[in-house]
Design a protein around this ligand. Sequence first.
Ligand SMILES: [Zn+2]
Ligand SMILES: [Zn+2]
Length: 364
Amino acid sequence: MDVLAPLYQYLFRWVIAPVSEQFLGLFDLNGRLCIAFLFTSYAVAYGLFRVRRSRGLTDARSFWQFIGGNRVHLHPSALLDYRYYFVRAILRVVLVVPIVGLVDPYVLRSGDYMRFFTHLWGARVQVEEHLALTLAYGLGVFLVQDFIHYWAHRAYHSRYLWAFHKVHHSAPVLVPVTASRVHFIEKMIERLIDIVFLSAFAGLFWYACGGEISRYTLFGVTYVVFILNALAANLRHSHVWLSFGPVVEHVLNSPAQHQIHHSDAPRHFNKNFGINLSLWDWMFGTLYVTQSQPEAIRFGTGEADHERYLTVYSLIVTPFVETARKLRKTRRPPSIISTIEKGNTAPLNLWERACSRRRRHIQH
Ligand SMILES: [Zn+2]
Ligand SMILES: [Zn+2]
């Protein structure tokens, strides 16, 4: 028994605890995948189903069929997403948290920024905390985070980070859990930039107010995030087409706009990088607005990739292999690169090759 005790402790710390925590996350309002938000999203989808059926705009005979049925929810890619959701929890405990922890002492925190500004411009009189101030602070946190995530998302689509972000895009079917199909390197970068930019913003805001201000929250969640998650955010990773219309979509990112981002059609490439707001896409020229009429879209990065990303192991390891291959190619003299590429049957960007293939309708 004594021999098994350390083994149990090891398993509990690195496997059982993170997996059960991830399962409990389904009831946590801080996450988009919370049961309550899934319910509101599918309630909206049901409303859409009733409207489209009454107008003869869908062939789906049941709501299950309307949201994709077994074809989507039991697809090998979806089954992989369900498994990866729990594996990701283990990766977070084993890799993300320790590595972010290593960097953490070298990152300036809000207190450091407050001291810096006080040293620079002198101390300020503390203002009294009131509703407008907590609302403004909460809105500021949301805007800063959404803005930096927009630019981080654009960076993930660049040459050397794409291999890691492709893990998310390689899914040929979208289910709400696909939102968690994110490589741990991407998650790590996201955690670090969150710490850096949100600490700087909090430091500046608190300095201006002369002291700490709390965020206005709904059930312990930043209120803007709570409202947006409640507004069918889970339909972004689904086969239900929900457009907010061209006007609203200049500001708010609709589920249909994110589905466009997952499309393998060249006309949709590098569009709609926004997470919650599409305002950034509008401001920086990457906006693509949708209409209420569903577009013909095929999700993913091409059939070759669908076959390469079929296991949890491939989701974790393939990006490293691809990046190493790219780095090796970059180091070779140009003459050799061109010879190899001419004779190479697998083009550098498989997504582009996939896009030349015939597209089929997957929307109802
Ligand atoms: Zn992307
Ligand atoms: Zn996505």
